[in-house]
Write a protein that binds this ligand. Structure first.
Ligand code: NI
Length: 174
């Protein structure tokens, strides 16, 4: 397994639309294992392939608590089939927007269809934090970040801070 580096916003690669996976082969399984390792190391609870520069419809997630056995989810070609009319608000973060958090309102429940790592078609009805996490990750597949759900003003503040932090890091490392 290998750790990938996570692309930090603002970066046009994060705005790309990811392509469907043709078949779940050894390469896709290895990609998902590497993404899980990268996510656990960060640490984070979800990661989309585009965040490590791979524009394929692949996401991973794990909502198990610290000290409990891991519960990795590997989703290929995930699709939201249904969203509940009721909404819920969670404070969201993203490995591509480090140290920035904001409350985002989303459907409280969602039915999601995906192909698992064995190539089986699965339908999952998610609620609570899992519903929010999976909708956040599926957003990444069409280039949508959680800040795109905020006002243009708040989004601008966060993205400018990230761009400034990157410049400072580049200066410090030369
Ligand atoms: Ni994210």
């Amino acid at each position: 397994m290998a750790l990938h580096s996570v692309i930090i916003a603002p970066d046009k690669r994060l705005k790309a639309t990811s392509k469907p996976v043709d078949s779940v082969d050894a390469g896709i399984r290895r990609l998902m294992d590497d993404m899980l390792e990268t996510m656990y190391a960060a640490p984070g609870i979800g990661l989309a392939a585009i965040q490590v520069g791979v524009p394929l419809r692949v996401i991973v997630a794990d909502l198990s608590r610290e000290g409990e056995p891991t519960e990795p989810l590997r989703l290929v070609n995930p699709e939201v089939l249904w969203r509940s009319p009721e909404l819920v608000t969670y404070e969201e973060g993203c490995l591509s927007l480090p140290e920035h958090y904001a409350e985002v309102e989303r459907p409280a429940r969602a039915r999601i269809r995906y192909t698992d790592h064995d190539g089986r078609m699965i339908e999952l009805e998610a609620d609570g934090l899992l519903a929010t996490c999976l909708q956040h990750e599926i957003d990444h597949l069409t280039g949508v970040l959680f800040v795109d759900h905020l006002s243009a003003l708040r989004r601008g503040i966060i993205l400018r801070k990230l761009a400034k932090a990157r410049k400072a890091t580049i200066k410090a490392s030369v």
